[in-house]
Ligand binder design. Structure first.
Ligand code: TYD
Ligand code: MG
Length: 452
């Protein structure tokens, strides 16, 4: 008998090493290496992996996308690119308690309600607990099957027997195969079990949702190791202290990425928020200094968000800089530009920046919003009523054009805004005759005269 070999795996990214390391050289996380047993290569490949390895001309390959399976939850369908593609593997990640199980049970209930048999595999909750949750959600369809199981081989067998229209594995970190000796939730187990499930999805055309917890503690493998294996990666954003939940598509082989779906957690489950702009602006203070509205593109959809800033003189020698929802480095860069171009010296001030509603914005169109919010707070002057701003700010203080200007203007107008400060890139007339005044500016120096 061969001696079993062990290697150390980073539980966050899957990096392997022959000895224990304190810090993962690949992902930089500390204290994530765990020893796992590895098999010799003969048995490493599951026996049911079989591809017909014959090269074919791309011209002759037939590939029609087929009918996408609509979940009936419009916000989710959009993030998925129009529905579930047959045979796709979808990873749904997020903090514990954020609503992953709730959403997926709702999805399955919708499908089962249309007479499609679906399977919900849970390794975390008992059938009774799922039933209790289902009661709150109104889930009672007879085609919604619940399987409480953690052993991979049995799960695969049941899927093949039932041939459901969709499967949810809640969560992948509880699924376990005795082929590997490592503990459930370790990188080896998560990799192997999801690979087998994804393979089954590809062979049978049954779409599989894999739920993955994101945890900071080192005991279970993070979904990061799965991201490259699945077709679609959806992450829940928003904190469990608030009612809103945002689902963001991080990767999608069959649709657009960075699309978001907005939900609200109610006592009857997750409800769609059809008008997110109104939702994010609901608590905006009127006429307060330091608050500004920016039309931001989230995927293909414009959403109005509020950027808030508080600038005050520092009480310590070192000014504090805190940015939530926007890139920290971007804020430092913009303060430097403001200092040089607008003569607004923030060097000795504490700066706090926040995007209201917990949204994360990573497009540069928000630059002008950040500058406006900081200027407004610093000068203690509220921004003129009904104003939105957007545009990228360059290092010399020039305002650069950004994509999808028209859509943003239209959304601002729809939400009742009457002034829009935007980049002066091309000659832009108010083509659609919207009820909004366009104020193009070419440099940051022109900002303050138009802002208040
Ligand atoms: P859950 O879906 O169990 O989270 P996850 O699977 O991501 O760990 O969500 C649990 C939270 O959602 C819990 O804090 C209670 C709340 N909740 C509601 O507010 N309303 C509901 O109808 C349900 C089912 C859950
Ligand atoms: Mg859960």
């Amino acid at each position: 008998m061969k001696k079993s070999k062990t290697l150390f795996f980073c539980q966050n990214c899957g990096q392997q090493s022959p000895k224990w390391l304190g810090r993962c050289p690949a992902c930089g996380e500390w204290n994530r290496f765990v020893e796992e047993e590895i098999r010799d290569t003969d048995t490493a490949r599951p026996s049911d992996v079989r591809f017909d390895g014959v090269p074919q001309s791309i011209e002759t390959i037939t590939a029609d996308e087929g009918e996408r399976l609509r979940t009936g939850i419009a916000e989710l369908d959009r993030v998925l690119g129009g529905g579930i593609v047959a045979g796709s593997a979808i990873l749904v990640g997020g903090d514990p308690g954020i609503g992953k199980s709730t959403l997926l049970l709702q999805v399955l209930e919708k499908l089962a309600g249309r007479g499609l048999p679906v399977l919900y595999v849970s390794g975390e909750e008992s059938a009774r607990q799922i039933k209790l949750r289902g009661k709150r959600l109104g889930a009672s369809a007879k085609d919604l099957l619940i399987l409480v199981e953690v052993e991979l081989e049995n799960i695969l067998k049941r899927i093949q027997e039932i041939k459901p229209a969709a499967v949810v594995i809640d969560s992948i970190q509880t699924v376990y195969t005795p082929v590997l000796s490592s503990a459930p939730g370790s990188v080896g187990q998560v990799r192997e079990t999801s690979a087998r499930l994804i393979l089954l999805a590809k062979q049978t055309g049954i779409p599989v949702f894999l739920v993955g917890h994101v945890t900071k503690d080192g005991s279970i493998a993070g979904p990061k190791v799965l991201e490259h294996m699945v077709d679609t990666v959806l992450y829940f954003e928003g904190d469990s202290g608030h009612a809103y939940r945002i689902i963001r598509g991080i990767k999608n082989r069959f649709g657009p990425t960075h699309e978001i779906g907005v939900f609200e957690m109610r006592d009857t489950g997750l409800a769609e928020v059809a008008n997110p702009s109104a939702f994010f602006l609901a608590e905006r203070p009127e006429g307060a200094a330091g608050s500004v509205v920016v039309p931001s593109m989230e995927g293909t959809r414009p959403i109005l968000i509020e950027v808030q800033s508080l600038v005050g003189s520092t009480s310590f020698g070192m000014p504090r800089r805190t940015a939530i929802g926007v890139d920290h480095n971007r804020v430092s860069l913009l303060t430097a530009v403001m200092d040089k171009i607008c003569g607004i010296h923030l060097g000795g001030s504490d700066i706090f920046l926040n995007v209201a509603g917990g949204v994360k914005v990573d497009e540069t169109a928000i630059d002008l919003g950040i500058v406006s919010a900081m200027a407004s707070s610093f000068l203690n002057r509220p921004i003129a009523n009904g104003t939105v701003v957007f545009g990228e700010v360059g290092l010399t203080g020039e305002i650069r054009g950004i994509s999808q200007t028209e859509v943003r203007i239209k959304e601002a107008s729809r939400m009742g805004f009457t002034r829009c400060i935007l980049p002066r890139t091309r000659n832009r007339e108010n083509k659609q005759r919207l009820n909004i005044e366009l104020i193009p500016i070419g440099s940051l120096a022109e900002l303050t005269e138009n802002l208040f």
